[in-house]
Write a protein that binds this ligand. Structure first.
Ligand code: ZN
Length: 49
């Protein structure tokens, strides 16, 4: 199932399943915002695509 996370900065991260979208969101948070995003926080932001 495709999941999508919309970052407050406008970036849209989409992946197949929770693990993929969480990994993308964590990478994005780290590289774009120098932030460590927890799996729980990432999943709380995830929506079905
Ligand atoms: Zn962002």
């Amino acid at each position: 199932m495709q999941k999508v996370i919309q970052c407050p900065c406008g970036a849209v991260l989409q992946g197949e399943g929770d693990d993929a979208v969480v990994a993308l969101a964590q990478q994005h948070a780290k590289s774009a915002h120098a932030m460590d995003l927890s799996r729980e926080d990432a999943l709380a932001m995830a929506r079905p695509a």
